[in-house]
Design a protein. Structure first.
Length: 157
């Protein structure tokens, strides 16, 4: 009878050990999931900040010429694009579009007026000096000439 009691005790110990292992695995899993959750929260916050930076055009103002306008724009940090401000922006842009579409210069020549607008608003493109090209239009090759290069070559420009 002493032997069966010892078996029962060791069986209970094994059960307890398995339960402890299970609970420790659960605890580890919960901590890992919480860590992942906080990481994804940080990533989402970071990507949201990047998107807001994309809307922020305040750095361009140092390159643009000074314009005297009675309306002062809000700083980018204060400007948040929520539902109400988005609605206001849509209305404002819609009015601007209607003004452009009804303008006589635009109605007379739409593409020409767009081109003129782009010319007046874009900075002048700097032309880079062209690289020198040798007479056959390719790079210089040192060494033996290949069979293909002994044939007459067309000079296409």
């Amino acid at each position: 009878m002493g032997k069966s009691r010892q078996d029962a005790a060791s069986k209970a110990d094994r059960k307890l050990e398995k339960k402890v292992q299970f609970y420790s695995k659960v605890r580890d899993t919960v901590t890992v999931l919480n860590a992942q959750k906080s990481i994804t929260k940080k990533n989402k916050l970071r990507s949201r900040q990047k998107k807001l930076k994309a809307y922020d055009l305040s750095t361009l103002t140092e390159f643009l010429p000074e314009l005297k306008s009675p309306q002062l724009s809000k700083p980018a940090a204060v400007f948040k694009l929520n539902s109400k401000s988005r609605q206001k922006l849509i209305l404002k842009e819609g009015k601007q579009l209607n003004m452009v579409l009804n303008h006589p210069a635009f109605q007379a020549d739409p593409l020409g007026s767009i081109h003129q607008h782009l010319l007046s608003t874009q900075p002048a493109a700097e032309e880079k000096p062209k690289k020198k090209v040798n007479k056959n239009g390719g790079k210089k090759v040192k060494g033996k000439k290949s069979k293909a290069s002994t044939e007459p070559q067309s000079m296409d420009f």
